[in-house]
Design a protein around this ligand. Structure first.
Ligand code: PA5
Length: 447
């Protein structure tokens, strides 16, 4: 089994029968998902994706990834939010946060269009100088400003470098199957396109072409990833709250929220999980944070952040709980050397693998934080394989949908994100947004 929920560190925070008492509501929330009967049910395409995904497109993804791996030194992945977090999380989780710097990793994969910082863009353009490039532009709507502006810059760069024909072979677009500016433009100029399915929202899209193409370009086994997700689906698609870890995680979050624990901190003991935490924050933040409700999703990497946020977690405002990602194994082994002079007094650790020291830090912190009044839920994950990544993605997606319905919100819309996008279009003077622009200008004068 790739993932196991350990509830040992919830003792004293959640009573022995509390989850069982909540079982009827959990069951209803789960059935709202499984029968596709709730608000936003049109966006439940990810639920069966691990078994019903488009095999023809999957083969095309692998084929395109092989060409990209052959053709370029750098793949620039342009996208924001759900259009980049999943693939970046996968590459760092399975390979390394230092993937681009490690020997033998070709192409390097850089992510752009997720900020409007001129410095970030200009640094990346410098890194790209003299290198062979490919671009994967990812935008479901095709209109989001950050990736659209960045794509215009990289398209011009590739057309100058390789000519229109050459650029066409190096640009891959992942977007809506029929609609939107990016789809229309891609069809017109002849880019190879991949589909963001209509029934899968951005933050649930990592197991579609949105995530799979960049992930495959980094040499990760996407078959294993889909197998992991399919096995998680088999394991968790049932309403048995007593045995279903996915439903129990949703229940625990809800119970703690009702007890005033309004911030959930996802903590991992490996920087390889940092972007996975970012992916998780978007998934839960956008799915639950609405109608004046929702847990605030935060994240930390330990033991690094024990030296910055550890103090707050141990003794600050008691409105937090932690969900711990506990990797049972590490793909790498580093042993602590023996020093005949024992100058630093560390010979008691000589020959010890650093992974074991890290696991000891996990245990010590779990005990300290629970002693300090912070409930801890532990998700034991077998390893950092592609299979486990797919498994964990499905676990968190299903738990998120159930949690959202349990909370009484639509877990599949994001009206708040749309609000900022509309204001930005209006303020930048995009045609069609004149009325909003006039309203905003009047308001700014008033204020
Ligand atoms: O989850 C979501 O829907 C959002 O975060 C989107 O992924 C993000 O806003 C990017 O949108 P798009 O892919 O349309 O450019």
């Amino acid at each position: 089994m790739s993932l196991k929920l350990n509830e040992k560190f919830l003792k004293g925070f959640i009573g022995p029968n509390e989850i069982t008492s909540l079982a009827p509501q959990i069951k209803t929330a789960y059935e709202t998902v499984s029968t596709r009967s709730g608000e936003g049910a049109d966006y439940l395409g990810w639920l069966d994706l691990p078994v019903s995904y488009d095999r023809e497109e999957f083969a095309r993804i692998k084929d395109a990834a092989a060409r990209i791996r052959n053709m370029c030194d750098i793949l620039v992945v342009i996208g924001i939010g759900g259009s980049y977090l999943g693939s970046r999380a996968a590459i760092e989780f399975v390979k390394s946060p230092l993937y681009n710097s490690l020997p033998g990793n070709k192409p390097a994969v850089y992510f752009a269009g997720n900020t409007i910082s001129p410095s970030a863009l200009s640094d990346l353009l410098k890194i790209c100088e003299g290198k062979d490039l490919c671009v994967n532009i990812i935008s479901k709507s095709g209109t989001t400003t950050e990736p659209a502006v960045t794509f215009r810059i990289f398209r011009e760069l590739l057309e100058k470098k390789y000519g229109t024909e050459g650029a066409r072979e190096r640009i891959f677009a992942t977007t809506d199957k029929a609609r939107g500016t990016l789809k229309t433009f891609s069809d017109k100029v002849g880019y190879e396109t991949f589909v963001v399915p209509d029934d899968v929202g951005g933050r649930y899209s990592v197991l579609t072409a949105v995530g799979l193409l960049p992930i495959a370009c980094a040499g990760i086994d996407i078959d294993a990833m889909m197998r992991g997700a399919a096995d998680a689906r088999k394991k968790y698609m049932n309403a048995d709250v007593e045995t279903n870890d996915c439903l129990r995680y949703a229940a625990i979050r809800n119970i703690l929220y009702r007890k005033g624990k309004a911030t959930e901190i996802l903590a991992a003991y490996d920087p390889a999980a940092q972007m996975f935490c970012e992916w998780w924050k978007q998934l839960y933040g956008e799915s639950e944070g609405k109608d004046n409700k929702g847990l605030f999703p935060a994240s930390v990497i330990f033991s690094t952040d024990l030296h910055s946020l550890g103090q707050f977690i141990q003794q600050g405002t008691r409105n937090i709980f932690e969900t711990i990602i506990d990797f049972k194994t590490s793909p790498d082994a580093v042993k602590i050397p023996y020093d005949p002079e024992n100058i630093d007094g560390l010979n008691f650790l000589a020959g010890e693998d650093i992974h074991n020291v890290n696991r000891t830090a996990t245990l010590g912190t779990l005990i300290a934080h629970t002693d300090g009044g912070v409930p801890n839920v532990v998700l034991e994950i077998a390893d950092r394989s592609a299979y486990s990544f797919g498994y964990a993605v499905y676990f968190f997606e299903l738990a998120c949908a159930v949690s959202g319905y349990l909370l009484g919100v639509n877990p599949f819309n994001q009206p708040g994100v749309e609000a900022y996008k509309i204001n930005m279009f209006a303020l930048l003077g995009k045609p069609g947004y004149e009325e909003t622009r006039a309203n905003l200008s009047a308001r700014m004068q008033d204020e």
